[in-house]
Ligand binder design. Structure first.
Ligand code: ZN
Length: 484
């Protein structure tokens, strides 16, 4: 039986339209999901929308529309984005789904019944953008650094979760090098716990009109973060669903650095209390910047990914986002970089290789043995980069083989060199077939086109070797990438 692999993105707030930062997280998650499928894993890939946030109620007030309609309409935009990005997600969870609401309440009740939730009067600094209480330490010049706004002082009676009770277990968990990656984001969490310890956290908000009711107390809504985190198990049908039994615990939660604390500390705390197994890994990514500034709705510089995709195509968009954002850092997105990479790498390196090879193979016969081209393919190295989630390096390593194949065709000159032509063309066809398998997690639409022109079916990792296909049905069809 195939090994299971459960991977998730964070769920997005729907108080505005998707921006390119949302697209980035979905793409890197999709790449890992597709790679694992190539390796033969039984993959479940979840994404979705966080619809119970107070921000939605706020946005509704400003626009004078019904909350339900507003949320449903915006959620559709995010679902549409998943299609436009050519994601291979298996499900799309909405936290207004009744199956989710039931699970969020069940988890709350389970923790309450265990004695880990109590009521207390509380006063604190609340950032509506984060939907969270902040401490003085979180602020930069009196403002929330994520939202560049001063938090409000809020005093209210809330339910609290005994996070402090689980400090030792959580510290042990995050101290493991495997749990949070990359290392820099792990250290931040470890240091913060060691410095400040873990305090109990508020898990409800009183008097809200939007959100999920606290079980047996309709005056309170479940704090949106507690509700949102439980999407990862509600989507699988916790506690008795077949999918929950099959896929939980999550193998990886993919998240942005701004919500690391919620996923690496609070989520495990809730799960330990509720007696549910812990996720295996939290993969934290940096932020996309645009002209060096964080892209976000609240800063008003959001780029609409749908426009970029309709202008340049889905694969150039996916490609540039991976190339320009290294594993553990922020990266800058610009249309200039997209054009450069489209023209120089996708069109020149890959597009030309396919077009030159196929043109010759339509004219001349091909067959023969491995004559050394495959020496420049290092599958072990590629696999290792994927295993350590350094997908931009995996892509770079695959690209070395693309470049080596270009050099090979230039050096051998099969268009005029009859002596080696048959063998060279066969080696090139095999190279294209293998390149198409390896690039399929990154640029799946293009790889489908390559397969079609080669007359082969999409392969998995077992097919990444020389000499597997003897006979091709070559049929050239237009260019893969238009130059911009
Ligand atoms: Zn904030």
């Amino acid at each position: 039986m195939a090994k299971k692999f459960y991977i998730t993105t964070a769920i997005d707030y729907v108080n505005g339209r998707p921006h390119i930062g949302h697209a980035y997280e979905k793409i890197i998650t999709d790449i890992i999901a597709r790679w694992k499928r190539l390796k033969g894993f039984d993959v479940y890939f979840l994404t979705g929308t966080d619809e119970n946030a107070q921000k939605n109620a706020q946005a509704v007030k400003e626009k004078g529309v019904k909350s339900k309609d507003f949320v449903a309409k915006n959620s559709k935009e995010f679902e549409k984005l998943c299609e436009e990005l050519n994601l291979s997600n298996d499900d799309f969870i909405k936290t207004t789904d009744s199956k989710h609401v039931k699970v969020a309440q069940a988890i709350f009740k389970k923790i309450f019944d265990k004695g880990d939730i109590y009521k207390k009067k509380y006063s604190g600094l609340y950032c509506l953008g984060c939907e969270a209480f902040l401490t003085e330490r979180d602020l930069v010049e009196g403002k929330c650094p994520e939202h560049n706004k001063a938090p409000k002082i809020v005093e209210e009676e809330n339910y609290f979760f005994k996070l402090s009770k689980y400090e030792k277990e959580i510290l042990r968990l995050v101290s493991s090098k495997d749990f949070i990656i990359p290392e820099g984001f792990r250290k931040e969490i470890v240091n913060r716990i060691k410095q400040d310890g873990l305090k109990d956290i508020s898990v409800s908000r009183p008097g809200l009109s939007w959100g999920i009711d606290v079980p047996n107390d309709k005056k309170h809504k479940i704090y949106v973060w507690i509700d949102a985190l439980s999407n990862y198990i509600s989507a699988l049908g916790y506690p008795s669903g077949v999918k929950f039994k099959k896929y939980w615990p999550a193998d990886v939660h993919v998240i942005g650095k701004g919500i690391n604390w919620f996923h690496s500390v609070i989520w495990p705390g809730l799960l330990i209390s509720a007696g549910v197994k812990l996720p295996k890994k939290i993969w934290v990514h940096g932020y996309l910047t645009f002209n060096g500034q964080k892209i976000s709705k609240s800063l008003g510089n959001a780029i609409n990914p749908s426009e970029i995709i309709s202008k340049y195509g889905v694969d150039p968009t996916r490609y540039v986002l991976i190339k320009d954002i290294p594993f553990n850092q922020d990266g800058d997105f610009s249309e200039e970089a997209l054009k450069d990479r489209n023209n120089n790498e996708l069109a020149n390196d890959l597009g030309n290789l396919v077009s030159r090879t196929l043109t010759l193979c339509e004219k001349y016969p091909y067959c023969g043995n491995d004559d050394g081209l495959f020496k420049s393919l290092n599958l072990v190295k590629i696999g290792n980069y994927f295993d350590s989630f350094e997908i931009h390096l995996a892509l770079e390593e695959i690209w070395k083989f693309v470049r080596a194949s270009n050099k090979y065709i230039n050096d051998k000159e099969p268009w005029k060199n009859e002596d080696c032509r048959e063998v060279v063309l066969y080696n090139l066809l095999e190279a294209l077939r293998v390149i198409s398998v390896l690039l399929s997690p990154f640029i799946p639409e293009t790889c489908e086109k390559i397969n079609k022109q080669l007359g082969v079916k999409a392969g998995d990792l077992k097919t990444v070797k020389f000499g597997l296909v003897k006979k091709y049905n070559v049929k050239r069809e237009g260019v893969l990438f238009k130059k911009i």
